[in-house]
Design a protein around this ligand. Structure first.
Ligand SMILES: Cc1cc2nc3c(=O)[nH]c(=O)nc-3n(C[C@H](O)[C@H](O)[C@H](O)COP(=O)(O)OP(=O)(O)OC[C@H]3O[C@@H](n4cnc5c(N)ncnc54)[C@H](O)[C@@H]3O)c2cc1C
Length: 440
């Protein structure tokens, strides 16, 4: 893989946009068109919904405000982790066994979807198997052991608990004492996965328009129907889509299109830093297995190697802040804390991205009527948005069981009203960081 040298690189680029496998833009929408389904957002949730639908012969238009993968999907770290974000035992405790067992059936769907599409559409996105969840203390190790038992109960058998003796194979850092290896997880180039999915959508007749932010939508009565049927008109600055159904997959905390959900999600920005390419000797001394790594803190760090042997390091998660969190300086300190051997290494890329979080850390899925649907991922999100795309597509062709499960989750707004939600969440985050620090 060729990456630009430090001197000729556009510094606004992320490592992933600098190494994208194809064009990230499409022409904007400049006319009035129609489709069965219009999807807002070309991140993993929108692309997965669109690709599942075109595979079933449904006509689809995707409208994206910026470029393909411009949101969290193309800017994330690329760790492919099975997750509903909230752990299954927490879901059991909060919502009961029935919902936990229904959601548990979906916990591993997204990864299967991605692997299937990588193969079916020959998507080159540098997939490398394996993720290691690293524990820094006994409490975290016990929690990971519980996770292993819990996931086994839900039929997942790829986990291996390891101690200090095997640890250096997966993360040779003094910070850790053991952990849990997930041989079925992995790492990939998230933007190239998104671009491969976009191509697959287009190859089956789906249409994608970028730089086409949706301003408004409205329900209108069909002029041709005698049965007073309705459809949706979705407006961008220069064009309009008429569709039977709209799916909002726009992953934002302030969603002008979804005022009904105001206060149910908060922004959760974080940052990523990528080093210069490392020597194979250095890599062997840090991450011999070349598995991705995520620590077990609430305010977690994660890191992995890129295909061209750089260390990508992410973290600095925050809740409720719109401004830049996980700044370059913060992440670099964390890199040196984990691997002091890297103190002389150059940092070639640094960027931030914006995810969202819900109060129960579960995705927010639903509909306002039979034409207007939404699917907002939350937290960890390469596999989860692919699952959401699967259930949204199934729902729109009449298989509603997955949609009913996810839309049945009881979501509450963050406490504190519009004014105090963000500060209260930041206080909560500070408390969790203190717990990390004290090893609680
Ligand atoms: C820095 C960072 C690192 C991460 N690392 C990882 C990781 O390593 N592993 C992992 O599993 N998860 C990771 N995540 C989380 C994961 O990336 C997200 O949860 C996931 O990508 C969300 O996908 P999405 O499609 O729902 O949202 P997005 O990818 O954000 O897509 C939403 C799209 O909607 C578009 N949009 C919004 N409003 C409009 C509008 N009005 N009109 C048209 N388009 C609109 C946006 O431009 C955007 O492209 C990370 C997140 C961040 C921020």
């Amino acid at each position: 893989m060729n990456t630009p040298s430090s001197s000729d690189r556009d510094l606004s680029q992320t490592y992933f946009s600098a190494t994208a496998s194809g064009p990230i833009d499409r022409p904007p929408l400049t006319e009035s068109i129609s489709a069965d389904v219009c999807i807002i957002g070309a991140g993993f949730t929108g692309l997965s919904t669109a690709l599942h639908l075109v595979e079933r012969g449904v006509s689809v238009v995707v409208l994206e405000a910026q470029h393909i993968g411009s949101g969290a999907s193309g800017r994330g770290g690329g760790l492919l982790i099975h997750s509903l974000e909230s752990e299954l035992d927490e879901i059991e405790a909060r919502y009961g066994d029935a919902l936990a067992s229904q959601l548990g059936k979906w916990a591993f769907t997204g990864s299967g979807v991605i692997r299937g599409w990588m193969e079916k559409y020959a998507i080159e996105c540098g997939f490398h198997q394996g993720v290691f969840f690293a524990a820094s203390n006994d409490r975290q190790l016990n929690r990971l052991a519980e996770k292993e038992r819990l996931w086994r109960r839900f039929g997942y058998r790829e986990l291996e608990l390891i101690g200090a003796d095997t640890l250096p194979q997966y993360a040779n850092s003094e910070r850790f004492m053991g952990g849990l290896v997930d041989h079925g997880a992995g790492q990939l180039h998230p933007l190239n996965l998104a671009l491969g999915e976009a191509q697959a959508i287009e190859s089956q007749g789906g249409r994608i328009f970028t730089h086409s932010p949706v301003d408004t939508y409205s329900l209108v009565n069909s002029e041709l129907s005698r049965h007073n049927d309705q459809h949706v008109k979705i407006h961008t600055p220069k064009g309009c889509v008429t569709a039977n159904t709209v799916v909002m997959a726009c992953n934002a905390s302030e969603i002008p299109l979804l005022p009904e959900l105001s206060g149910f999600t908060l922004p959760s920005p974080s940052g990523v830093v990528v080093t210069e390419p490392l020597s194979s000797t250095l890599i062997d001394s840090l991450l011999p297995q070349q598995y991705g790594v995520e620590d077990a803190n609430y305010d977690l760090d994660y890191f992995r190697l890129t295909e061209d042997h750089r260390l990508l390091y992410g973290g600095g998660l925050s809740y409720g802040e719109n401004s830049v969190s996980g700044s370059k300086g913060t992440i670099i300190k964390r890199i040196f804390n984990t691997f002091p051997q890297l103190e002389t290494v150059e940092m070639d890329y640094a960027w931030t991205g914006q995810g969202i979080v819900t109060q129960n850390r579960l995705p927010c899925v639903g509909s306002f009527n039979s034409h207007v649907f939404y699917a907002l991922a939350c937290g960890h999100g390469i596999t989860l948005p692919h699952t959401l795309g699967c259930i949204m597509a199934q729902c729109l062709i009449g298989e509603t069981s997955g949609f009913k499960t996810f839309s049945g989750i009881d979501h509450r707004p963050f406490p504190g009203g519009k004014r105090f939600q963000a500060p209260l969440s930041q206080i909560g985050m500070a408390y969790l960081r203190l717990r990390d620090h004290l090893g609680l």
